[in-house]
Design a protein around this ligand. Sequence first.
Ligand SMILES: [Mg+2]
Length: 149
Amino acid sequence: MIDFSGIKIAVDFDGTIVEHQYPEIGKEKLFAFQTLKELEKRGARLIMWTFRTGKELDDAVEYCRKNGIEFYAVNKNYPEEIFDETVSRKIDADIYIDDKNLGGFPGWSGVWQILNPFEIEQREAERRLAAKRKNILKRLLALLKGTDV
Ligand SMILES: [Mg+2]
């Protein structure tokens, strides 16, 4: 399991967490909250990074909260940051997840696979090993019973 402790992930809202329906809130994109929760559980620091401001921003933050995601910061590098001309507009993050990524948005299962490249192979290898063990056990039991498989 990959540890994301201290990794800052900036996440866009419209078109990324939800379908693009700005200024309304679109439908959740498949696996969005599930993926974000798993990243948070593994130590990632999630930052909402969106064009939204004011009431539309509050609505988006509240929507995410209702779906179990409390962002570490919203349009800021850290919660206490006060934005002025001395602060860059660009959020300092290690990873940016945005539907306007070069190459397009891979979808949340795609995001998960990119961030955890070996997890699927590992799971498959574990499944094969478990099946092999089960088979050996079955043959052993058949041998003990005096029957053959
Ligand atoms: Mg967007």
